[in-house]
Design a protein around this ligand. Structure first.
Ligand SMILES: NC(=O)c1ccc[n+]([C@@H]2O[C@H](COP(=O)([O-])OP(=O)(O)OC[C@H]3O[C@@H](n4cnc5c(N)ncnc54)[C@H](O)[C@@H]3O)[C@@H](O)[C@H]2O)c1
Length: 435
């Protein structure tokens, strides 16, 4: 690979290679790698769509990569947009152009990268449009709000040869890599079950609120986008949208993609589970305004083990951790969350172990993305195929709970062979938006 090629020529070349079906090498970037210096002529221009919370955090770390400029911001809330533009000017010395419609940004030739920090129901449309406009994409997790949208996004990234990083930053954490190595060593013996839990109350306990007028400066129709038309309700809007099916999937998609990713990776799972069984409801707060479940259990069955998901709106949890994973092996139990992983031996069969994090996973994740955009010969730390895989696991769990059916998803044929469950695979987009 000739690294002296100009960046734009290189982007064109890679896109052509991928469109022609030529596979570029698949090297996983060393997560601790530090960014290379860049020539002034080789800057990368980035634009953020969805500026309120996580998208801004993503942009702030991406801007730490040498040679990066923030040229545009987009949000449907003009108050958030102008505050973030002022903050961008203060932080990085230049006020980015501001937009209320992301499609105007995609028309700009000088934008290389789109960061998607919108609610989940928008990820697919913006990402597919960005890929087809020749932009590389950093898209927040979960990859999409439905199974069919995940497939559409993977197809678009491959068709247009784009670099995509999914915001599952645990994939760039030394902590989780060392956990994976330990599990792969076989020290835990046979692992018969992995328990995964997330007990959080944020945005989960919502008091019933009346619909009301759209706040000044908010383009609510654009916020709804492909989701069904409805009147404005503050409890279904910024931040709390994740607890309503049209926009998100509750804790199973919000935290589930991070934690199930570690369970599936740890157990080397590459396919859909044999069976999924689930049950959920709003049992802790029966008057909860949220549609998603404040109490949910999902069992994913495999030939030799189970992976079990559980979420609750009561914040205590096993081992004093309100979220985490537990790999139960014949020689010992490994417990993990973002603060540490540790091993509790089974009757003296192993050494006890405690490992703490040793890097800034989010910064390394954004650096890894930028390196991949520059080089175009290596796979991102969380490629779109992995984002899709984990998001499908989360959606299948929710679908099993919503249909009260035991399900098997046939990923090749895109069906559960079950009419009630198949109904949830593809959302119907509201006109004029098309999937
Ligand atoms: N990786 C992580 O650890 C992590 C953490 C938190 C959130 N997230 C993900 O980040 C995404 C955003 O979550 P959040 O908590 O920041 O949500 P948020 O509601 O706080 O912010 C979303 C922003 O997107 C804007 N927006 C909505 N539709 C838009 C559109 N069509 N065009 C432009 N702007 C639009 C909103 O006005 C708002 O400013 C979600 O997908 C969420 O799952 C990831």
């Amino acid at each position: 690979m000739n690294y002296e090629l100009t960046r734009r020529a290189f982007l064109r070349q890679s896109a052509t290679a991928l469109a022609a079906g030529i596979l570029l090498p698949n090297t996983l970037y060393a997560v601790t790698g530090s960014p290379r210096p860049v020539a002034a002529s080789d800057r990368l221009n980035v634009a953020l769509v969805g500026c309120r919370s996580m998208g801004w955090y993503d942009l702030s770390d991406i801007m730490k990569y040498p040679g990066t400029s923030c040229v545009a911001l987009c949000d449907i809330d003009s108050g958030i947009l102008s505050n973030r533009a002022a903050e961008a000017e203060k932080n990085w010395g230049k006020r980015p152009a501001c937009y209320g419609d992301y499609r105007r940004i995609l028309e700009r030739d000088d934008v290389d990268i789109i960061i998607i920090g919108t609610p989940d129901h928008w990820h697919c449309k913006i990402a597919v449009d960005a890929c087809s406009a020749g932009k590389d994409v950093y898209v927040e997790k979960p990859l999409a709000n439905s199974i069919a949208e995940c497939d559409a996004m993977v197809a678009a990234a491959q068709r247009y040869g784009r670099v995509v990083q999914v915001g599952q930053q645990q994939r760039s954490a030394n902590l989780w890599h060392s956990m994976k190595e330990y599990i792969d060593s076989g020290a835990l013996g046979h692992i018969g079950r992995v328990n995964v839990w997330a007990n959080f109350t944020y945005a989960a306990i919502l008091n019933p609120a009346m619909d009301g007028p759209v706040p000044k400066g908010v383009d609510f129709d654009m916020w709804l986008g492909p989701a069904p038309k409805r009147s404005f309700n503050a409890s279904r809007f910024h931040g709390s949208w994740r607890m309503f099916w049209d926009y998100g999937g509750g804790l199973l998609t919000d935290w589930g993609v991070h934690l199930l990713d570690m369970a599936l990776w740890g157990m080397n799972v590459k396919d859909m589970p044999q069976r999924v069984m689930a049950a959920g409801g709003n049992y802790v707060y029966p008057n909860n305004f949220a549609e998603t479940f404040d109490t949910l259990s999902v069992t994913y069955q495999f030939p030799q083990f189970l992976i079990q998901w559980s979420n609750m709106t009561i914040e205590s949890g096993p081992y004093g951790r309100n979220y985490g994973l537990e790999f139960k092996g014949t020689n010992g139990t490994l417990i993990a969350n973002r603060e540490s992983w540790e091993v509790i031996p089974e009757a003296g069969k192993l050494e006890a172990k405690l490992v703490k994090p040793s890097n800034n996973d989010h910064l390394d994740h954004t650096n890894n993305f930028m390196e991949c955009v520059k080089r175009r010969d290596m796979q991102t730390a969380c490629p779109i195929t992995n984002g899709s895989f984990c998001a499908k696991y989360a959606h299948i769990g929710n679908i099993a709970a919503r249909t009260h059916e035991m399900l098997t998803y046939d990923d090749a044929k895109h069906t559960f062979h079950n009419k009630a469950a198949d109904h949830f695979i593809t959302p119907s987009y509201r006109n004029p938006w098309k999937l």
